[in-house]
Each structure stands twice: as C-alpha cells, then as structure tokens.
Design a protein around this ligand. Structure first.
Ligand SMILES: [Zn+2]
Length: 361
C-alpha cells in the first residue's frame, strides 16, 4: 500500500506548484522518520477501532479540590476537580472531572479529549483550545455543569505519538485525514467515550445537555444509557490557521457546523442562473458573518454595479478552485482579509479568472 501512495505523492510533487518547496529529499526523509513498518506490529488492538476491555472500574475519585479557572471573558470562577482513572487491556486511562454548581439533570456537559497542540501549546491550527475555554466559560455562565477531560485521547484517541506522525504525513506529504489514517492503518476516530457512563453514574447524572459539534458523540453517550436532552454547538471562529482542520472535520467526520468549503459555494453558484451575470467572491475568515449574509444579498444591495456578491469565507482559493469557479460562471474573485499569501499569487497567475484584493476597513 505504501508504494502506491508514495508514487502518487511524487506525481503531485512534480506537478503541484504550491508544493514545489517540498523536495523528493524531504519526502525520503519523511519516510525514514515515520517508521511505519517497525511499529505497526506493536500497535495495540484499539488502534484498529476495537473497544477496550475494562479490567478495573473507576471507583476511586481523588478530590474534590477547589480550583479557580480563568475564562475568556476575564471572569475567574471556582471549579471542583477530581482525578480518576481506569485500567483496560490497553493500559491506564486518566481523566480529570471538573464540576461547578449543583449537578441536577439535565447537566451541561462537555467531554474533552486531550490535545497537546491546542491545549498545552495553545496552538492555532485546531479549535481544541477555543472549545475547552468556551465550554468552561459556558458552565461558568450557566452556574453549573461538568467537563470531563480525557488525558490520553490526543489525535482522536490515538495518542501523542500518533498525533505527531499524522502531522508529518499532512505537512510533508500533503495527505488529507482519510489518507493519513489509511497510511497509519488507524481508524479515523478511535474514541469510544465508554468512560462517560461510569463518571456520570458516579455523580448521579442521567440526563445531559452536551456541548459538541459531533452527532456521533451523542450516539455514543446514548448507547450507555445517558439521555442527551439537547446539543449545544461549540464553534470556534474560523481563522487562516484553523480553517483547513475545521472544514475537514465537517467534511470527513460529519461534524454539524456552519463551516463551508469551496465546493459548497461552487454548488450555490451552479444552482443559480448565472448567464450574463457578473459574480464576485469575497474571501473572509469571518465565516459566520458571511454565511448569514449570503441569502440576504441582492444585486441592488451591492456596491459595484450589477455584480452578484458571494461572500466566500473559506480557504484561499487554489488554482483548481479558481478554475472551477470560472467554469461555474464566475468572472472575478475578490479576496478579503487575505494578507500575504504566496500560494494565492501563484494560483492567480495561472488561473484565467480575475482576482482582486480587497482591503478590510
Ligand atoms: Zn487540537
């Protein structure tokens, strides 16, 4: 399998202008630093999506300790923290439970998987840090609730090592989520959340309002007899750093979020009668604003003649996207908030579609 994947990567490296900075030497180096064959045989069964067998139930809770937590609003509020763990056939799994107020049903709940990049390093590429802070802030605002932090669930349950390996494949070999997991022979999501029922039982909780973007997570909890009365989304602001990941989660994992990728807007363009019309696309990282305004816009509302405006709030368009937009009937793309972007300049030069930059006030 590895041979065919790397053969196709070599092809992309040769033809892809964006990737021209990645040399074949880098590729070879990447292969050497990712010793798949040597560790694959050591992977425990859970890496193939098997449910862990719990050998010791969670009956010990160390706590509570009272801990003040800072919120994005600037408020500081006290939470009660507990530590608990369980033994499974795959080793020890560790959890922190943070609670606030009276835990009467339905309890506002967030189940947070650890993320070295987002939580410890405050990295901007994923939304984990934003989600953790938003969840704690909401519990604080609500006056009660619970956050379960699974300390060993980096990279959707695969661990810190796999998290690094995945980003080697993403960054050096331009693989998407599906290709990365195929290459590493890992399920896209190994988390079972099977610990949640044990923890909610311990705190006499049977009904929750779950803060999540993932419908699958609701199913996992309901499978354990927990009633999920409602779902509250936790959407981070789209930025130039996290946009790829946010849209990949929606596309590849079925997360229910408002984030759209290029295809969504191209389909919208195609669905309209575009004959003779002029179209304008604006790139903005403030997608929530863009998505809300799209349906309200009319030709009369637009600043430039009879141009139709599509607020284009996703990734910077690459050459393929610009070509698709041209074929869909677009005459021009206007990019907002783009900043410095060498990739876009290359795409502009090659595309037969006018790209205009727009200063944000
Ligand atoms: Zn993360």
């Amino acid at each position: 399998m590895g041979v065919s994947i790397f053969a196709s990567i070599r092809f992309v490296l040769i033809v892809g202008s964006v990737m021209s900075s990645v040399s074949l030497a880098d590729l070879a180096f990447g292969v050497r630093t990712t010793p798949h064959s040597s560790y694959r045989s050591e992977l425990p069964e859970r890496f193939y999506g098997a449910c862990p067998v719990v050998s010791a139930v969670m009956d010990e809770y160390i706590g509570p300790i009272v801990w003040p937590i800072r919120h994005p609003s600037g408020d500081v509020s006290e939470f009660e923290l507990y530590y608990t763990e369980r033994e499974t056939n795959e080793g020890r799994e560790r959890f922190i439970v943070a609670t606030q107020g009276n835990l009467t049903d339905p309890v506002l709940l967030r189940v947070e998987s650890s993320c070295v990049f987002g939580h410890i390093l405050d990295g901007a590429k994923c939304d984990c840090g934003d989600q953790l802070r938003a969840a704690l802030q909401r519990i604080h605002g609500h006056g009660s609730g619970m956050l379960i932090y699974a300390l060993d669930e980096d990279a959707r349950g695969h661990g810190v090592r796999a998290h690094f390996e995945m980003y080697v494949l993403r960054q050096h070999h331009e693989m998407d989520t599906e290709e990365v997991h195929k290459e590493l022979e890992l399920p896209v999501d190994a988390r079972t959340y099977s610990y949640v029922g044990s923890i909610t039982d311990h705190f006499n909780i049977s009904e929750v309002v779950l803060m999540t973007n993932s419908p699958k997570r609701i199913e996992k909890l309901e499978d354990q007899g927990i009633t999920v009365a409602d779902r509250r989304p936790l959407e981070a602001t789209v930025t130039q750093h996290n946009e790829q990941l946010l849209r990949a989660e929606k596309r590849e994992l079925g997360y229910e979020t408002g984030y759209h990728d290029h295809e969504h807007w191209i389909d919208r363009l195609r669905s309209k009668d575009v004959s003779g019309g002029k179209f304008l696309i604006v790139e903005s990282y403030r997608e929530s604003v863009a998505a809300g305004q799209l349906d309200e816009l009319t030709a009369e509302a637009l600043p430039v003649g009879d141009m139709f405006l599509v607020l284009y709030a996703t990734q910077r368009p690459d050459i393929g996207t610009l070509d698709e937009l041209r074929r869909a009937g677009l005459d021009k793309v206007v990019v907002l908030d783009s900043g410095e972007c060498a990739d876009l300049k290359t795409a502009e030069e090659e595309a037969e579609l006018e790209v205009e930059h727009y200063e944000v006030r």
